[in-house]
Design a protein around this ligand. Sequence first.
Ligand code: A3P
Length: 300
Amino acid sequence: MSLTPEKMDLPPRPELFDFHGVSMTHYFTDNWENIQNFQARPDDILIATYPKAGTTWVSYILDLLYFGETSPERQTSIPIYERVPFLDIAFPSMDTGKDLVDKLPTSPRLIKTHFPVQFVPKSFWEQNCRIIYVARNAKDNMVSFFHFDRMNKAEPEAGDWNSYFQRFLEGKMVFGSWYDHVNNWWKKKETYSNLHYMFYEDMIEDTGREIDKLCNFLGLSPSAEDKKLITGGVQFDNMKKNSMANYSTFSAMDFKVSPFMRKGKVGDWKNHFTVAQNEEFDEDYKRKMKDPTLQQLGEH
Ligand code: A3P
């Protein structure tokens, strides 16, 4: 294992292909068998999202809740992608995400996935692990993903905005259709109770309230002082300037094209969608998203 995320030598951008009915790139299928055989522990916590829904934000909050007080050195020395490894990923000549999880010295292990619900290794369900799912308004999610794909050499080429817009509606994105992802994780709540489903927009509206809900789910009761420190530390501007949270050490990303911590706002889609695109999007959304809560998510 000679390479690290800080020094990567990636081949040309990967192509999308159909994998069990979901668009994927080989970085997320190369280690498939090993990942499917992953042995979860009962206290593992899985953070599941469609890419660009606020994964890093919630990962950082969880890391601070569990380890902020006991291991303050983590805050200045370990990038978030190592504290909360991305189970799905396998870059060439590097530790896979699963290797990183297996090496985590701390407990509970905080683990990130972008898998659609049907791809999650079965041991997570068998061990009744706590799972946190974060969903974000589809329009902002699309815009954020567009800029991410432009700057991340490990992603397929973004192309121009108009073609990206169509591709998103057709679900031809890495990790598949946003609509299937968000809908199917939502449905999972009906049969799996250890799932906390939350929304990026609620975090923007009141971060402290959403941290309280997370603590309730996780059975944590931080002191008022700790909670204040965490709520402040995870505000966008603070995370943006924090090199252990902002991915500036991750060499596959070209920040000259777009930063990882880009805007952190609700409604940036208004700067990207044409009127016609917005109408087409809303019609399509109504057809695909039937649940009232998820319909509301479309109204931001
Ligand atoms: P934008 O591109 O809209 O700015 P993920 O971590 O799932 O890849 O999501 C990244 C998105 O979450 C980016 O959205 C990023 O700016 C936003 N984000 C990360 N930390 C945030 C924070 N503390 N507050 C608000 N948004 C945040």
